[in-house]
Design a protein around this ligand. Structure first.
Ligand SMILES: [Zn+2]
Length: 579
């Protein structure tokens, strides 16, 4: 099978199996070197900057101007406004001009053609994935505005970039390369209005929309990859192979006393060492540092039940890998979700996001070798024969925990008079059960097979696996194999459409059979770095896989039908899913 020349992900144990080639169209992405001759990525950003504003025109890397970056729109307007996409592109370009440790590139473009800017910060020759991966340091990806109206993280990343351009945190370049993507959902971000985030305390001049230009929530698109933005992001994860991903949001809903809430990956199939690192060390270290420096409380993300009369409990969101942090976890990478508190003033939200990022990076710098080693060990650990979850339920804490509830007052938006909520400096410690993690649902456990056999005519499935960077190889000759086949017992879809789908759930059983498998069938081994992800995509009962997202509806719509993907069982290992 032809090697995909653009891929740089270390593939420790693929044993000769290579990435499934991506479809042709994907190769034209301007951020991806190697696929074809192309203009330097500098050119793309410079052209955009020159169009947008003459005074900020980029200069050659040789004549950099030292010093701080000009204030952003948020800073210039006393935080009444947020910084737009064009200016974000300028800031990234200007930062690269100011510092030899910063390189400007893009990692894709949006539905409406906006470039997705990326600043590569570290001791690397240029922004190409090969240079970044070749530098051998810990790679940390930081992203803002996956939801276009949640803009505090984007502003925080621009401030961080300004600090780095002015020579701040110089010690980090010895241990890390930072990949800063401040404005991921650029199209949604630019659809600004005063009422896109009801009750959020500013920016009072308005902010963008949650969805992308297709109407997709990009933070539900990490498994099905139906947006060009998600395809570009996952490709960047594959090519730059960050060990760590930090994804910055703003809360909705519950009034609490935390300036920021956070989450590790929540899928029960997350490697336990990643979960332990984040819960036992990394997130507590951030919490302690910010309490010391700012007197602010940070805690795990949660909401009280929305229904009246429900027992108070602190409930996190969801385990499914359609969400960024959960997806990153299934790729054996450390993920930190940060949610600035919607009812804190905009400038405080930005600072809370910035302090979260700074302390997360300080920990990453101090523990860079250990984090990289942990991730690489997770990649090398076989999953075939282990027991993993196909579906999960929220698990209660062993004992009640103390949650700091808060209060707000209503204030009018000075321009629209629409009500906003402002946090009061009140913390009410309240005992309640916490549902902060997930365990396999009853009957929702499978022994991970050795391999799946994907028929070549399931083109959408083969394409999706390639887009995720999964390894596989076509069977080179017809074969009769002892495999397992899944027969559907029940098949149902949700009543309401969600993200353009009626999500499907099947029940049924795998049974041993002998089957003629034609040459060209894609053989996808589970003992590969993305084994946990492959399992969650291809197990038919998975609550976030190809069956759920209707990719094989023609095959599994009725009782007695047969799932078209076969599997080769593995010897069960002595392990159980983490609960
Ligand atoms: Zn969000």
């Amino acid at each position: 099978m032809p090697v995909n020349a653009t891929s740089s992900r270390p593939r420790g144990r693929s044993r000769g199996v290579e990435p499934i080639p991506r479809r042709r169209g994907d190769e034209s992405d301007p951020a991806q070197p190697g696929a074809r001759p192309r203009a330097p990525v500098w050119t793309v950003l410079r052209a955009a900057a020159l169009l947008a504003t003459a005074p900020l025109a980029a200069c050659a890397p040789g004549d950099r101007e030292a010093g701080a970056l000009p204030p952003t729109r948020a800073e210039r307007t006393a935080y009444e406004q947020t910084t737009g996409h064009g200016e974000v592109v300028q800031v990234v370009t200007l930062a690269a001009n100011r510092s030899e440790h910063i390189h400007a590139t893009t990692f894709g473009s949006t539905v409406e053609g906006r470039p997705l800017p990326l600043a590569v910060v570290g001791d690397v020759a240029d922004a190409r994935p090969a240079s970044v991966v070749g530098a051998g340091r810990l790679r940390v990806w930081l992203q803002g505005a996956i939801h276009g109206g949640e803009v505090a993280g984007k502003e925080a990343l621009l401030m961080l970039l300004g600090d780095l351009a002015a020579g701040g945190h110089a010690e980090w370049s010895s241990s890390m390369t930072l990949l800063i993507a401040p404005i991921y959902n650029a199209d949604g971000h630019e659809r600004m209005g005063p009422d896109t985030r009801p009750y959020q305390l500013g920016p009072v001049a308005g902010q963008g929309e949650r969805a992308n230009a297709q109407g997709f929530d990009l933070n539900r698109d990490h498994m099905k990859l139906e947006s060009p933005e998600a395809r570009a992001l996952v490709r960047a994860y594959d090519d730059y192979d960050p060990h760590v991903v930090i994804d910055l949001h703003t809360t909705n809903g519950t009034e609490h006393a935390y300036h920021l809430t956070y989450s590790p990956p929540l899928h029960p199939n997350t490697h336990p060492a990643i979960d332990a690192l984040l819960r036992d060390e990394w997130l507590p270290a951030i919490t302690r540092a910010v309490e010391r420096s700012d007197g602010w409380h940070f805690y795990y993300y949660g909401n009280l039940p929305f229904a009246d009369g429900a027992e108070p409990a602190w409930r996190t969101f969801d385990h499914r890998p359609r969400f960024n942090n959960n997806y990153v976890g299934l790729r054996n990478r450390a993920a930190l979700l940060g949610e600035a508190y919607a009812y804190a003033p905009f400038d405080e939200r930005i600072r809370a996001s910035l302090r979260f990022v700074e302390e997360a990076l300080a920990f990453a710098h101090d523990n860079a070798g250990a984090i990289a080693a942990l991730v690489e060990a997770a990649d090398a650990e076989p999953v075939a024969g282990t027991r993993l979850a196909t579906r999960a339920v929220a698990a209660p804490s062993d004992a009640p925990v103390q949650i700091l509830l808060g209060r707000t007052e209503e204030v009018p938006n000075p321009y629209t008079r629409a009500p906003m909520r402002r946090r009061l400096d009140v913390a009410e410690p309240t005992e309640m059960v916490e549902y902060g993690s997930f365990a396999a649902a009853e009957g929702g456990v499978e022994v991970v097979p050795a391999a799946y056999y994907v028929p070549a005519d399931l083109a959408a499935v083969v394409d999706l696996l390639a887009a995720h960077g999964v390894d596989g190889a076509p069977l080179d000759a017809d074969a009769t194999l002892a495999v397992e086949e899944f027969v559907v017992r029940t098949s149902s879809v949700t009543d309401r459409p969600y993200q353009g789908h009626r999500e499907r759930t099947v029940t049924g059983d795998w049974t041993p059979v002998e089957r003629a498998v034609p040459a060209g069938t894609l053989v996808v081994p589970l003992d590969q770095p993305l084994g946990r992800l492959v399992f969650t995509l291809l197990e038919p009962r998975s609550d976030d896989g190809i069956v759920n997202w209707n990719l094989v509806d023609d095959h599994v719509g009725a009782a007695g039908s047969v799932y078209p993907i076969l599997r080769r069982p593995a010897e069960p290992q002595e392990s159980a899913p983490r609960d």
